[in-house]
Design a protein around this ligand. Structure first.
Ligand SMILES: Nc1ncnc2c1ncn2[C@@H]1O[C@H](COS(=O)(=O)NC(=O)[C@@H](N)CS)[C@@H](O)[C@H]1O
Length: 496
């Protein structure tokens, strides 16, 4: 009887879960600009890119289509790190608690966020799952770094890290298992070389976001909101369609905060011992979430060709008696394109209409569609349909490779430029509290005069009920505010 009762409960549970998932009239349209989160969660599920039905909060599944996108992103991330002197490594996921706790700021920042391994077989070691890997790497840096000729030392890994986030988790955006965490950790002879590395890391991140068409603001985080254990943090933020900012990457100068407590020293050219200066910089699958958010529309995904698993879909338009000639032409176009490395697929299913196929591949965000009908064969032409602007062109069959290549580049650029226009439209320079509040009510970011005094900075946050992103990296952003007063402490001259 009990077994049956338990079984029923399980079944009921699943049944109810199913009900919640397939509400009646499920086909209501999702509108990105009206209800971003609803649209985002719908599009990642509808395209079978991701699945957040996994029964652990903040830990979700990457499905095949999502994995293809992810691998294309990782390939480029690895390329940029490998060509700038980084070596890929792979560290254990376990960190002994006493290591994590060595750097006081670091443990203060992560103490409440770590997942503990409470039991491993019979023994009771105090292990945590890495929330990030500074304290896993430093003990090994101590073994590997001896001499100034070992510097600069640069490694990275793309792994899962684990954070028991206190705020609500969100698929692909705020996770408890961050499964595409690219973390780089570097060691240098002195501050100057470490800060050179910080600037290089910023350039690497700019390239990654440009490749994905994601616009960004770069700010030095305020003292009260920098990475736990850092001397300072440079952060990349973007503005999402709902007007909220999202941190998409961070670069930290850690000084000797970690090398001192882990005793990582090197022999200098004149024979004495110095602590190395370290940096770390990280991005996660949030960059894919930002890309989906930035370019998608109410039909579904719009993928930049750079990371589209299928860049061109060819749809043969068959009429009675023309099948053979149409398919032959379709295959010859596919061959020409794939021979030059374009990721192209033919949808020659006979159980779907062309119209159905247009919608299907548009939802999957395929950047370019080629339609081939009998008339196109006759006129030695093809019909091209862009996913970003939904424009259609007729182009000559000859030179199709160059035409397609050019169009894919145009789409990459158009997606990036359109996204930058959006970000610029959501960023406003103001000098009074009322102006700031007005713009913030709309969402996005305001730039206000600040004296640089931390207490005043925190007062500005309270005044505006908004989080400070920090001081813009491009100093000229703080032009033309001389003579202005700090927004909260009006007795102080503004510097930023
Ligand atoms: N819970 C989370 N879910 C998804 N992405 C996250 C989460 N927490 C942080 N990230 C992303 O990971 C990036 C790096 O994380 S971090 O804490 O800022 N920095 C570090 O951990 C440093 N050790 C550099 S690797 C952040 O900029 C953010 O884009």
């Amino acid at each position: 009887h009990n077994v049956f009762k338990t079984f029923l409960k399980q079944q009921r549970g699943i049944f109810i879960a199913k009900l919640q998932l397939i509400k009646p009239g499920e086909k209501r349209p999702r509108e990105k600009w009206k209800d971003f989160t609803d649209w985002f969660n719908w599009v990642i599920m509808e395209t079978e890119l991701y699945d957040y039905r996994y029964p652990v909060k903040g830990a979700y599944v990457w499905r095949p289509y999502g994995m293809k996108i992810r691998r294309l992103v990782e390939t480029y991330v690895r390329f940029l790190h490998d060509e700038t002197g980084h070596q890929e490594v792979l560290f254990p996921v376990f960190i002994p608690y006493e290591f994590l706790a060595k750097e006081s700021e670091h443990i203060r920042g992560f103490e409440s966020e770590v997942f503990w391994v409470s039991k491993g077989g019979a023994n009771e070691e105090r292990l945590v799952l890495r929330p990030t890997s500074e304290t896993a790497m430093m003990p090994m840096f101590k073994l590997w770094i001896k001499d100034h000729t070992d510097l600069p030392f640069r490694v990275y890994q793309i792994v899962s890290v684990f954070r028991a986030e206190t705020k609500a988790t969100r698929p692909m955006i705020r996770l408890r298992e961050i499964s595409m965490f690219k973390e780089a950790h570097t060691a240098h002879a002195d501050r100057e070389d470490a800060e050179r590395q910080v600037r290089e890391a910023v350039e690497i991140y700019k390239k990654i976001f440009d490749y994905l068409g994601i616009p960004y603001l770069i700010n030095q985080r305020p003292e009260w909101d920098k990475f736990a254990g850092a001397v300072y943090t440079m952060a990349f933020d973007t503005v999402m369609p709902d007007g909220k900012t999202m941190q998409i990457g961070t670069v930290h100068y850690l000084g000797t905060n970690f090398s001192k407590v882990f005793d990582v020293k090197y022999l200098t050219p004149n024979g004495d011992w110095d602590y190395v200066h370290t940096t770390s910089y990280g991005i996660s699958e949030r960059v894919i979430a930002a890309m989906i958010a930035m370019h998608g529309d109410d039909k579904g995904l719009v993928l930049p060709p750079n990371v589209a698993p299928i860049q061109v879909i060819i749809i043969p338009i068959m009429y009675k008696g023309t099948e053979e000639i149409i398919l032959r032409e379709t295959r010859s176009i596919q061959e020409e394109l794939s021979n030059v490395g374009i990721r192209v697929k033919i949808d020659d299913r006979t159980d779907r209409t062309p119209g159905w196929k247009y919608n299907y591949w548009e939802m999957l965000g395929v950047p370019l569609r080629i339609e081939i009908g009998p008339k196109d064969i006759e006129n030695r032409q093809v019909v091209l349909a862009r996913r970003d602007t939904l424009e259609k062109y007729v182009a000559p069959r000859d030179g199709i490779v160059d035409t397609v290549r050019e169009l894919l580049n145009t789409i990459n650029d158009n997606l990036r430029n359109t996204a930058w226009e959006f970000l610029r439209s959501m960023t406003t320079k103001v000098t009074t509290v009322d102006e700031a509040r007005k713009w913030l009510d709309r969402g996005g970011v305001v730039e206000v005069p600040w004296s640089g005094d931390n207490d005043c900075g925190m007062k500005i946050q309270q005044l505006l009920d908004a989080d400070a992103l920090g001081v813009p990296l491009d100093k000229d952003a703080s032009r033309d505010i001389n003579g202005l007063r700090d927004l909260a402490c009006n007795d102080k001259q503004a510097n930023y």
